[in-house]
Design a protein around this ligand. Structure first.
Ligand code: UDP
Length: 455
């Protein structure tokens, strides 16, 4: 009989579920960890999320939701530690995780789920100590990222590639966000196909939904462009609003949107009185070294008057931005999935995105948005002008967007994850790892240990 999962230890070393997504290292992975933990807890599965303490004022344990605890493990300095410096703190972090579990009765956790390779490294040690299966989600992979670097971005170091390979080798189950990511794990990292499961991330469909007027029954058109979200955000009813949401870094290519907007205005100067480009999010990755870079680019392109920069926003405010926008633009060089694209569609706003990575799953080309090959701003400008000029096409994509997003609820994600967890428990019963040492220990007296022993 399949064993039930009662308690899960989740590890997210480099970014805390308590952080505001949309800036620094906090993004889709944080949203994923929080949404999955809350839904597991609602089904009676307790979740402890281990993360590195980044603030002295935070208590060691914070209740995120009933049944979900965030455990802030002290390892290294509190603030200002860059992700690239984290490998040096992993030993301290891992021992903090092991110490926390030691305060419980033995066998407290049934399973470990780690996120991103640094957490996988900590999980690698913890799974052997606890004798539980390790389920790992990569979220991003160095080999994939390095193959699609944005101009000026630094390649991921060889140490990360090696660390990822170790995690792939040691995880009992790997969770890929899309079938494409599953193939990459197998082809680029040599993962055994039987240990890779595809589980699409989700969207909070109760929060991200079209404006309350919903579909106009007479026309079938989504009236979001004139609705209350625009009023709340101070956007004119007749504006053509293009939205970028996310961490501002070269990988996400917000510069492509600014160049495309400049191009649209050059081709059709009459648009200047209508166009609004909204950028919601904060600096991240190599973008942190030039936090004003995008503002400077807007000035250089002569479009500062149409670009509105907004700080990272909580998800309920974000829902308003999606509803108020005509199109959300996601021109990333790579995305493991692209939660922003699905959230926007759930709000009834079509997406124009680069045809890369998970965005090919998140957006249904021609039905819920448009996928563009490459990053030439002229291509983006052409599609965005067409969507402005053809309201019928825009309305069709808006309806398709709502439909497509319905297939990505977090509850489906959790259903699939529970299948993966149960499978891992069945394949790797508790105690297996504790009983099987990784390297056979030879006694000095055994024949194999003797230099003269024959093979
Ligand atoms: N996000 C947010 N506030 C912001 C900007 C982004 O809460 O101001 C959230 C957004 O809702 C989404 C996540 O950050 O859930 C970004 O996820 P995505 O998969 O698009 O990109 P990632 O950050 O993982 O690269």
């Amino acid at each position: 009989m399949a064993r039930r999962v009662n308690r899960v230890a989740t590890i997210s070393v480099h970014t805390s579920p308590l952080d505001q997504p949309g800036t620094g290292d906090a993004g889709g992975m944080n949203v994923y960890v929080v949404e999955v933990a809350k839904r597991l807890a609602a089904r009676g599965i307790e979740v402890d999320i281990f993360t590195r303490a980044t603030c002295r004022a935070l208590p060691p344990i914070v209740e995120l939701a009933p049944g979900v605890l965030v455990r802030n493990v002290v390892a290294g300095p509190f603030e200002e530690l860059d992700k690239t410096e984290l490998p040096a703190e992993l030993c301290g972090f891992t021992s903090g995780v092991l110490r926390a579990e030691a305060s419980y009765d033995p066998g407290h956790y049934d399973l470990l789920h780690t996120h991103y390779w640094l957490s996988g490294q900590a999980g690698w040690a913890a799974k052997r100590r606890w004798g539980v299966p390790l389920v790992h989600s990569m979220h991003t992979m160095a080999k994939v990222k390095n193959a699609a670097l944005a101009e000026g971005d630094t390649p991921e170091p060889a140490a990360r590639v090696l660390g990822e390979e170790q995690v792939v080798e040691s995880a009992d189950q790997l969770v890929a966000n899309t079938a494409k990511e599953a193939r990459e794990l197998i082809e680029l990292y040599g993962a055994e196909p039987g240990r890779v499961a595809t589980v699409n991330p989700g969207v909070d469909l109760s929060l991200f939904r079209p404006e309350s007027a919903l579909l106009s029954r007479s026309t079938g058109l989504l009236p979001h462009r004139t609705g209350p979200a625009r009023r709340r955000l101070g956007l004119p009813r007749d504006a053509y609003v293009l939205l970028f949401v996310g961490r501002i870094q070269p990988l996400k290519a917000p510069d492509v949107l600014l160049h495309a907007a400049a191009r649209m205005l050059k081709d059709d100067p009459s648009l200047r009185s209508k166009l609004v480009v909204a950028v919601v999010g904060g600096p991240s990755g190599s973008g942190r070294s030039r936090p004003e870079g995008l503002q400077r680019l807007a000035a250089e392109l002569g479009i500062s008057d149409v670009v509105r920069f907004e700080p990272p926003s909580p998800q309920d405010e974000l829902a308003d931005w999606y509803r108020a926008a005509d199109v959300t633009v996601v021109p990333s060089h790579n995305e493991s999935f692209g939660l922003v694209a699905v959230e926007s569609q759930a709000c009834g706003t079509p997406v124009v995105a680069a045809a890369v990575g998970g965005l090919c799953t998140a957006v249904k080309d021609g039905e819920s948005g448009v996928l563009i090959s490459g990053h030439d701003p002229a291509d983006y400008a052409r599609v965005l002008r067409r969507l402005h000029a053809e309201p019928g096409l825009h309305a069709r994509l808006a309806r398709g967007a709502v439909r497509h997003a319905q297939s990505f609820g977090w509850d489906s994600t959790v259903d699939r994850l529970l299948e993966v967890y149960t499978g891992a428990l069945t394949m790797f019963p508790t105690g297996r790892h504790r009983l099987a040492p990784e390297v056979p220990v030879l006694s000095a007296a055994s024949p194999a240990a003797s230099p003269t022993a024959s093979a």
